[in-house]
Design a protein around this ligand. Structure first.
Ligand code: URA
Ligand code: SF4
Length: 215
């Protein structure tokens, strides 16, 4: 990305973050302390997308800063990456009360922010962490079947992985997530030419319900 393009792209990311910080599109804005737009370089080749902010993220307004975040940093370190080198975000930007699962209408309401972030960053590889993030790209997939595989979706590789918070407490998932992470550098380096494991139809954009014409 040349400097001028990068400056514009950064301004767009900042703009999205500002909108998120005051967003009231879904109920989650009532209980949030700080929205968590996500963070990382605008020219990241890889984006990690988790589920939603937890307690610590809600306090600090930053993604993956609690126990799951510490583990994510360890996983990144094993492949010589630091969190500052990658974009890290979530499918919902505000903390669900008591860390409950995000609801379909909340996912739909928040979807456009992530979509715009993906458009601006234009990563080669998107790693989804956990079921909700995976479902955005691979609505019918089962994480236990597809984790670690790459799917070409809208020209990008999408690689579903188990959520680090789940892996932290389940030794079998930990082995899987570490193995899947170990393959990431190879996937990134071959992203442009990589063999297509499976071609999936992109999910429908649930944030844009069918418009009924009034005219
Ligand atoms: N878990 C997530 O899915 N996202 C975060 O930002 C933190 C924990
Ligand atoms: Fe807005 Fe997303 Fe927060 Fe809901 S979760 S209030 S849609 S930023």
């Amino acid at each position: 990305m040349d400097e001028e393009k990068k400056r514009l792209a950064e301004a767009t990311l900042d703009q999205i973050a500002r909108e998120v910080s005051v967003c009231q599109r879904c109920m989650l804005h009532h209980s949030r302390k700080l929205a968590v737009p996500g963070e990382g370089p605008v020219d990241s080749e890889i984006m990690f997308i988790g589920e939603g902010p937890g307690f610590h993220e809600n306090e600090q307004g930053r993604p993956f800063v609690g126990a799951a975040g510490k583990y994510l940093e360890e996983l990144l370190a094993k492949i010589n990456l630091h969190r500052e080198q990658v974009f890290i975000g979530n499918v919902v930007k505000c903390r669900p009360p008591n860390n409950r699962d995000p609801l379909p209408d909340e996912l739909a309401a928040c979807s456009d922010y992530l979509e715009r972030q993906i458009q601006v960053i234009n990563p080669k590889v998107i790693v989804t962490l956990g079921r909700y993030s995976m479902a955005r790209f691979l609505p019918n997939a089962k994480i236990s079947d597809v984790h670690g595989q790459s799917f070409r979706i809208k020209g990008r590789l999408v690689v579903p992985m188990f959520h680090p918070a789940a892996a932290l407490h389940q030794p079998s998932l930990k082995i899987s997530v570490e193995r899947d992470f170990a393959h990431l550098p190879e996937l990134i380096s071959k992203a442009d030419e990589s063999p297509i494991v499976k071609e999936e139809k992109p999910p429908e954009n649930k944030s844009e319900p069918t418009q009924l014409s009034l005219f």
